[in-house]
Write a protein that binds this ligand. Structure first.
Ligand code: HEC
Ligand code: HEC
Length: 466
């Protein structure tokens, strides 16, 4: 009798463990996941990182938060080299608390944490060019510059409001940003230039994303929609500087960067004007911007000839790859359970893919063999004209965006007071973000709009539990 009881008990425990692993996993980032629900939710080191490597994470963190200074103010001191143009003085200024950026609240607010990409209209891009730069202003408009040099222009963002209604007549007012670039200081910009506002993205789980095998991502691509579900999913094939060849893009709103390393080197150069191993020019300006070309260089022998040394770059990359993902919350709440059913029933998962397993081998062994739940396929989808920015990046057209991972998204408001969803931060709530879906997601959007108020709340409860 006792034995039977024990057997039943074990069977129950076994069933409980299995079901909690297979049905609704608590650990979206596998063993990197951290149980914390406060302002630091996105800032913690991967839980399974070896103690001996934690020091690298801490030093990387300090560099991520470091406020860089102009070259001229501190000759021979480590902080050299910001600018001549820059969009912010530190990584952290945009990736606030390792989370996302936001649009300016009103005209008096600045647009730090937003980057304005620029690109001329073109038929197609080739030869490793990310997007076709403006001959005077390059790829990006910088709102700030070192003291001796005029900044490129002022960024002003206004809003239009557009109503959208559910099938039963409920109305939600959506906010659409209108980008105005004023006071160009280096001459007129081409008439056919497009401006794209991008908010900084959350920093969690990036090393895990890098460790998903290419095959596992490409298997979901269906560029010509052969399976006829209205959803294609296209890989962005982008330039990989280190390999000197094209490679699968994974990072950025249009998946135009192949690695955390390249994205970081690019951020140092384009967002802060700091030269490094991949971008050795201390002046992040075009030939047409003469005063900028004549600014003080911060390149220094003690930093491998750059403004950011190879070690410093590696440490920031290490930090950026080793931020853990927060554990899920309220998974047993009935609304969350029902919301998850709706998510799968109406087809949100056709792009927001629930689960991957990372590769067996990795340079960071703690990121290998992890069962992860990012809720993204990391592919590009046509999201319709309303979300278009008119800027091409490699294979991605103006209307195409990479499905963003949804892990951690429910903690966004806990991490920072100001935030926005979607590439330009236009959506003030999860509901607004969903209502902006169009293009390939039109059919899913129609399904969403025919949900009643209670079902919408259940779906949002599920998203908030991620
Ligand atoms: C001026 C604001 C700004 C600064 C400063 C900045 N970033 Fe970013 N970051 C962004 C934006 C905007 C994106 C999205 C880029 C895109 O899609 O074009 C981004 C994307 C990223 C991504 C890709 C994340 C993902 O989910 O794909 C990484 C990694 C990253 N940044 C790291 C850094 C690091 C490291 C630094 C400091 C060296 C830094 N960033 C500085 C604004 C900034
Ligand atoms: C056709 C593919 C597709 C489908 C289907 C889809 N999404 Fe998305 N989703 C995307 C893409 C791509 C974006 C980013 C768009 C942008 O930034 O402009 C996005 C963005 C989001 C965001 C904002 C994420 C962020 O970090 O800002 C949320 C939340 C979201 N989707 C939830 C849903 C839900 C819920 C459903 C089902 C009702 C759904 N999505 C269906 C592709 C899809």
């Amino acid at each position: 009798m006792k034995r039977l009881f024990k057997a039943i008990l074990f069977a129950n425990i076994f069933f409980y463990i299995c079901s909690s692993i297979s049905s609704d996993p608590l650990l979206p980032g596998g063993k990197t996941s951290n149980e914390v629900e406060n302002k630091n939710s996105f800032s913690l080191v991967a839980r399974n990182l070896g103690d001996n490597l934690k020091i690298n994470f801490l030093v990387g963190n300090a560099l991520f938060e470091r406020i860089w200074e102009d070259a001229k103010f501190s000759e021979n001191i480590a902080r050299d080299g910001l600018g001549p143009f820059f969009s912010a003085r530190s990584c952290e200024a945009c990736h606030i608390s390792d989370g996302r950026g936001h649009l300016p609240i009103d005209e008096s607010d600045n647009a730090v944490s937003v980057v304005i990409q620029i690109s001329k209209n073109q038929d197609s891009i080739s030869d490793g060019i990310k997007n076709l730069p403006d001959p005077i202003y390059g790829n990006q408009i910088s709102e700030f510059s070192v003291e001796s040099i005029p900044r490129e222009a002022d960024i002003v963002i206004n809003y239009e409001y557009v109503p959208i209604s559910y099938s039963d007549g409920r109305i939600v007012e959506l906010r659409k940003p209108v980008i105005k670039i004023r006071n160009f200081n280096y001459g007129d910009i081409n008439q056919d230039t497009n401006f794209s506002a991008r908010i900084a993205q959350p920093m969690i789980g990036l090393g895990l994303i890098e460790n998903i095998s290419e095959t596992d991502i490409l298997i979901n691509a269906d560029e010509n929609d052969i399976n006829g579900d209205g959803i294609s999913g296209k890989a962005n094939i982008v330039w990989h500087n280190k390999k000197n060849d094209f490679s699968l893009g994974r990072f950025g709103w249009k998946a135009s960067q192949p690695t955390v390393y390249q994205q970081t080197a690019d951020a140092f150069f384009h967002d802060m004007g700091l030269s490094n191993k991949l971008f050795d020019n201390p002046f992040n300006c075009t030939d047409a911007q003469l005063s900028c070309q004549n600014a003080v260089s911060g390149n220094s022998k003690s930093y491998d000839g750059y403004e950011v040394s190879n070690d410093q770059l590696d440490l920031v990359v290490f930090y950026s790859s080793q931020l853990g993902v927060p554990v899920r919350r309220n998974v047993k709440d009935i609304n969350v359970v029902k919301g998850k059913e709706i998510f799968f029933k109406i087809g949100c998962n056709s792009c927001h893919t629930e689960r991957f397993v990372t590769k067996n081998e990795s340079t960071h062994q703690n990121l290998a063999n992890q069962i992860i739940y990012p809720y993204s396929d990391f592919l590009l989808h046509d999201m319709g004209e309303q979300l278009s920015d008119g800027v091409d990046e490699f294979n991605a057209s103006g209307t195409e965006w990479r499905t963003p991972p949804l892990w951690g998204i429910g903690l966004t408001s806990v991490v920072s007071a100001e935030y926005g969803f979607l590439h330009d931060g236009r959506a003030r709530t999860i509901e607004e973000a969903i209502l902006w879906h169009g293009g390939e997601a039109s059919r899913v959007l129609e399904e969403f709009k025919s949900l009643d108020k209670n079902q919408v709340n259940q779906l949002i409860s599920f998203i908030n539990s991620l």
